[in-house]
Design a protein around this ligand. Structure first.
Ligand SMILES: Nc1ncnc2c1ncn2[C@@H]1O[C@@H]2COP(=O)(O)O[C@H]2[C@H]1O
Length: 222
């Protein structure tokens, strides 16, 4: 992407959407473009925060894990999402790990450039606060689902948030393994295998190359 396309891209991200043209130049001049192959860690939970990233292309997975390797995936990041600003704001370690799911490219801002750009751009702080507010809301919803829904309810909420329409069919076009579903709802692969089997048996879904086709609305309860 050249400078003009990058500016256009930034102006459509949640964090830089209302920036004046010359402010976007300041932001871009502070950034370095990085390409990271699939499976690269942007950072690991507990690392010191050295940089902030904006995803240009590709996908990321943000998660926390225990020392047995069990993971809980908080979010799948897409183009325009921001990663790593929290540690640059509060100087505390990274709150979770983020890894690329595909070959991905980013704009990277070092801690120092991030702070200088913030100082030079009066509305940057407001936008960051808005972004933090979105994070809190997202986290509240995740907590609510974990606390109040059973595993089937969390699977249903996950699927409903991922459904898209293609060729007159509702489906989840992102290929999902049973383990990936388990990691996103805080359950085990075995439990997810059981739920999927019952949903197929009940005529609610069809599985096709790790993709899920919705045949009828998922039941409230299971
Ligand atoms: N609740 C959340 N919703 C979305 N993104 C988050 C949330 N919590 C943390 N992050 C992002 O994940 C990053 C992990 O490293 P940092 O703590 O530096 O900065 C964090 C944010 O960019």
């Amino acid at each position: 992407m050249d400078h003009h396309l990058l500016k256009n891209f930034l102006s459509q991200t949640a964090i830089f959407q209302d920036f004046a043209d010359e402010d976007l130049d300041i932001v871009l001049n502070a950034a370095v473009k990085r390409h990271l192959p699939k499976g690269t860690f942007l950072f690991r939970e507990g690392d010191p925060g050295e940089a902030m990233y904006i995803l240009l292309e590709g996908r990321t997975r943000s998660f926390t894990s225990d020392n047995q390797g069990k993971e809980f995936v908080f979010m799948i990041g897409e183009a325009g999402d921001v990663f790593g600003e929290v540690s640059l704001i509060d100087d505390e370690p990274r709150s979770w790990s983020t890894q690329t799911e595909d070959d991905s490219s980013f704009l990277m801002f070092s801690k120092q450039d991030f702070r200088e750009a913030l100082g030079a751009l009066p509305n940057a702080k407001d936008q960051l606060i808005m972004n933090l507010a979105r994070m809190v809301r997202r986290l509240s919803l995740t907590m609510k689902n974990l606390a109040l829904l059973d595993v089937y309810g969390r699977v249903r909420a996950l699927f409903e948030g991922m459904l898209t329409e293609a060729d007159g069919q509702e489906m989840i076009s992102e290929p999902l393994t049973q383990q990936a579903i388990a990691d996103r709802v805080g359950s085990s692969r075995e439990m997810i295998a059981r739920i999927l089997k019952e949903l197929v048996f009940g005529g609610y879904i069809r599985l096709e190359n790790k993709r899920i086709i919705l045949l009828q609305k998922l039941p409230e309860r299971f």
